[in-house]
Design a protein around this ligand. Sequence first.
Ligand SMILES: *Cc1c(COP(=O)(O)O)cnc(C)c1O
Length: 489
Amino acid sequence: MKDEANKVSEKAFASESGDMNAADFRRYGREMVDWIADYFENIEQLPVLSQNEPNELKNALPKSAPETGEDFADIFADVEKLILPAITNWNHPNFHGLFSTSTSAVGIFGEMLSAAFDMKAMLWRTSPASTELEEVVLDWLRQIMNLDAGLKGIIYDTASVSTLHAIAAAREGLNLRIREDGMSGRKDLPLLRIYTSEQSHSSVEKAVILLGLGQKSLVKIPTNERFEIDSIKLREAIETDKKYGFLPFCVVATVGTTSTTSIDPIEEIVPICEENAMWLHVDAAYAGSAAIVPELQSCLKGCERADSVVTNPHKWLFTPFDLSILYCRHLDLLKKAFSLVPEYLKTNETVTNQMDYGIQLGRRFRSLKLWFVIRYFGQTGLQTRIREHCRLAKLFALWIEKSEDWELLAPVPFALVCFRACPKDVEDLNALNEKLMNAVNESGEAYISHTKLNDNFTLRVSVGSIRAEERHIEKLWNLLNEQLKSLKK
Ligand SMILES: *Cc1c(COP(=O)(O)O)cnc(C)c1O
């Protein structure tokens, strides 16, 4: 009996701390890196979309946790057996849905190390490396993007959260004591209004909901035939609202909308915001990365007078999820909106404490992976890749333009193509294109997604994987044409 008990404790407590011992850590660590290298090498043999049925993984797993610790070899074996089939492979070069994103090898190293340090970046004292590296790396990227030096960066997890913080800072700038008194039950507050286009991301509306402004505070301005906000209508809406006694305080413009990557005319919006003392937040979650390429830099023209700009390196800069950057001209307002320091977090250094700039206390050490990525590829390495993605998307768009069976449904400013099949003999094009998308996706050969533009079911092909080559775009083009042919039969 005693022997039995000893044996159990020997296995469960393989090292004195109870954690995995150093020899096993080294061994499995090497195996893990080998596994990841194989995964990348063979990724084209895997289906892009997981072919699992709903609940398939769930039903294959035990209903309760193991009583005693398991061998890591057994756990690891289940990754290949159970987890991998349930993975939709974003790293596959034929992942063209949503915004195609992929990690880079050095990005994975960054994640690995930041997990090892396991810092909770809140105070400078608890995380000097995170606090200072973040400041330096974000300034590097700001320079590469040619953004104004008045914009200081701060990292959040996602663009949704960055935009939430920008709007919170804009509201704080009104000096209406909302932090102290809230918004409910107040007769002295006018209706606050915030403006964005019909094409802007749902995160803007979610932020408005969460900040207690209410959906009725959000005004969605129509867009033109290129899906860009109509700045004349924007100006009119603000003027009308002012006549009603409402308080316009913020515009969220988009550079690279989610549906079509359209670009709102920032230079026309800037004077409207300045004349009305409104905050201009620019959502460049996707297209901000394009601004590292000199000939694409003009997409952010006007941002030198914006109050804040969000860009997501996890979207198109080969940085593993998650890492979003808010560049903000008024970090002081962000701090005023969020800083709250309990006794146990008081320190006396005159330093930046990252917890002061947002809702989270602890933050992950995210700048490390971006530092790796920028240093490893260098500015030219990153530029070459973004350029190549744009070239491939334009090539695909050219094939569409030349074909009788297909048509483009939006301009292609970056690396996303919006189009549909339009064969002459088919009446219900919406139904046809939806079937086409499903057929492509079910094949496992490629993944594409859709949007609705002017009530047209629109196919979207995004090129953004670090592994994307011309042959992958050709493969997709052939696949689309084959599927169209068989659907028309
Ligand atoms: C993807 C996207 C977002 C949201 O990004 P998250 O980081 O997932 O929150 C916001 N705005 C635009 C324009 C986007 O393309």
